[in-house]
Design a protein around this ligand. Structure first.
Ligand code: CAA
Length: 263
């Protein structure tokens, strides 16, 4: 697929999707969501890609939300179809087997915050602003914001953000656990790249197992979650990576992971 609303690149096993509608502060329209979904399919099918990074084009925004010029004309049925399209793309992002990092380089509002929430964690520049301002448009979040935000920052903080629509600066977003790290704007992509490379060098089987155990277990009770972990832990022991990782430790050398299960 030819991309017009995103830029898709892959370097050293790290894929980057850059939302690329800077004139509209990278707002999410139906075409962009289609391209995002197609790119995620490409990533899911490529075993050499270890980590995904998402960011926004330009200096000002990660994503300023759903495209209000499209949204304004929707009837309820169209709104439902658009919401479903957005939720499907973000669910696909969350379900990717590889880790996804949001590099939030400015406004992450509405669908932009929801996009970042569907990633595994968020690094933000000092000038980044998070928020779910839909209430000020007379609507509510439609791409999972009422569900993912309370699960991450707690119900009361999420309610305050969603009921007021107020923006939360990066430093405060870090305090409430929405953001893992805040960087100077010019250092953001370098910091994200360092972490992405650190992750990409780990064993692929173990990375996938860890993500799956966390994502599948988090909404179950502790006993069920520990059962999920146990199966994933046992499966890791069938990988060449586990043999290599443990042997390298005992031989006092660096492991070279190939990401394969044993034959
Ligand atoms: N949709 C469409 N266009 C948008 C947009 C959006 N969400 N956000 C910004 N733009 C456009 C503006 O219309 C403007 O276009 P023109 O130059 O053609 O007029 C351009 O981007 C620059 O924006 P501003 O002039 O407004 O820039 P600013 O610096 O004054 O303000 C801002 C920046 C605070 C982010 C402001 O643009 C803003 O409040 N944007 C809307 C944020 C929002 O409400 N997002 C939620 C959308 S609904 C949603 O996301 C639902 C959901 O859950 C899926």
């Amino acid at each position: 697929m030819a991309y017009e609303n995103i830029i898709y690149t892959v370097e050293e096993g790290i894929a980057t999707i850059t939302f690329n509608r800077p004139k509209a502060l990278n707002a999410l329209n139906a075409d962009l969501l289609k391209e995002l979904s197609a790119a995620l399919d490409v990533i899911a099918a490529d075993e050499d890609i270890r980590v995904l990074v998402l960011t926004g084009a330009g200096q000002k925004a990660f994503v300023a939300g759903a495209d209000i010029s499209e949204l304004a004309a929707f009837n309820p049925l169209q709104a439902k179809l658009f919401g479903r399209q957005g939720q499907a793309a973000l669910n696909k992002l969350q379900a990717l087997a590889i880790p996804a990092i949001a590099a939030v380089n400015g406004y992450a509002l509405g669908g932009g915050s929801e996009m970042a929430l569907a990633c595994d964690f968020i690094y933000a520049s000092e000038n980044a602003m998070f928020g779910l301002p839909e209430i000020s448009l007379g609507i509510i979040p439609g791409f999972g914001g009422t569900q993912r935000l309370p699960r991450l920052v707690g119900i009361n903080k999420a309610k305050e953000m969603i009921f007021t629509g107020k923006m939360v600066p990066a430093a405060e977003a870090a305090e409430i656990g929405l953001v893992n790290r805040v960087c100077a704007p010019e250092a953001l992509m370098e910091e994200v790249s360092k972490t992405a490379k650190l992750i990409a060098a780990k064993g692929r089987v173990a990375l996938r197992a860890a993500k799956q155990a966390i994502n599948s277990g988090i909404h179950t009770d502790l006993t069920t979650g520990c059962g999920i972990e146990l199966d994933a832990f046992a499966l890791c022991m069938a990988s060449e990576d586990a043999k290599e990782g443990t042997a390298a430790f005992l031989e006092k050398r660096k492991p070279v992971f190939k990401g394969r299960l044993s034959h």
